[in-house]
Design a protein around this ligand. Structure first.
Ligand code: NAD
Length: 250
């Protein structure tokens, strides 16, 4: 592994599990100070201990807790160079437009989309003062394709993340801030395993559509996160960065 992030500070939300955890490990291994945000104290603390970083208990739907998360990064390490706004939840059980209720819909928008708004709002002022920053917002391949998987709230929330990332990437590029949406395909994480345990048919249907013939491992997504965080991606901005095994192109 290269050391592209020495001296940089990276905030990771949802750092306690799955893509967030793998990314926290990878960013740390490339030299970054990692600030691990999670609503789950046990998992988040473990991630921070393992990566030599700092844990901040933060529910990404709470504006004050999100502000405190980014403030802790700045106060502890003196900069906010990377914001990996990644925490999210899977779709409610029956997320078809015909079944999903308004409360379930609102909850998904809050955790998956409003959270990204709050994190960007908190991170970008630090990055503007530094004249440098990389924001990576976790969307999903589902934002790029329709699929008969009945997940209307989830797909809509991720479409919002993608559009917001483009908008911000265009707005702040001249200030040295890049904003990209990361679009993973199906990744072997607790979130996906939980979803497929409820509906095994769904796993089989998904697999058929992935040209690479398998689900991603979280480390493969983390490698893309490290690239987007580093100066190696200096000309990558306002894009939907697909790491999906070809599923959205198939
Ligand atoms: P995961 O469930 O393994 O991990 C999510 C982490 O986020 C957990 O540690 C959880 O405690 C935390 N979290 C949940 N709600 C939170 C809140 N309100 N505040 C703070 N932290 C909170 O999930 P994952 O599979 O690693 O997914 C991470 C992101 O990637 C999500 O945004 C998800 O939608 C997206 N994604 C996942 C896949 C996949 O197949 N796994 C594919 C595309 C996109």
């Amino acid at each position: 592994v290269c050391r592209r992030l020495v001296g940089r500070t990276a905030v990771v939300t949802g750092a306690g599990s799955g893509i967030g955890l793998a990314s926290a490990r990878r960013l740390a291994s490339e030299g970054a100070h990692v600030v691990c945000g999670d609503v789950d104290e046990t998992r988040g603390r473990a991630a921070a201990e393992e990566t030599g970083g700092t844990f901040v208990k933060a529910d990404v739907t709470d504006a004050e807790q999100v502000e405190a998360l980014f403030a802790a990064a700045y106060d502890t390490y003196g900069s906010v160079d990377v914001a990996f706004n990644n925490a999210g939840i899977s779709p409610p059980d029956d997320d078809s437009i015909l079944e999903t209720g308004l409360e379930a819909w609102k909850r998904v928008q809050e955790v998956n989309l409003t959270s990204v708004y709050l994190c960007c709002k908190a991170a970008i002022p630090y990055m503007r003062r530094q004249g440098r920053g990389s924001v990576i917002n976790t969307a999903s391949f589902v934002a790029r394709m329709g699929a008969a998987t009945s997940q209307i709230s989830y797909t809509a929330s991720k479409g919002g993340v993608l559009a917001m990332s483009r908008e911000l990437g265009v707005q702040f590029a001249r200030e040295g801030i890049r904003v990209n949406a990361l679009c993973p395909g199906p990744v072997n994480t607790p979130l996906l395993r939980e979803l497929f345990a409820k509906d095994p048919e769904r796993a089989a249907r998904r697999l058929v559509h992935i040209p690479l013939g398998r689900f991603a491992e979280a480390d493969e997504i983390a490698a893309a996160v490290a690239f987007l965080a580093s100066d190696d991606s200096s000309f990558v901005n306002a894009t939907d960065f697909l790491v999906d095994g070809g599923i959205s192109g198939a």
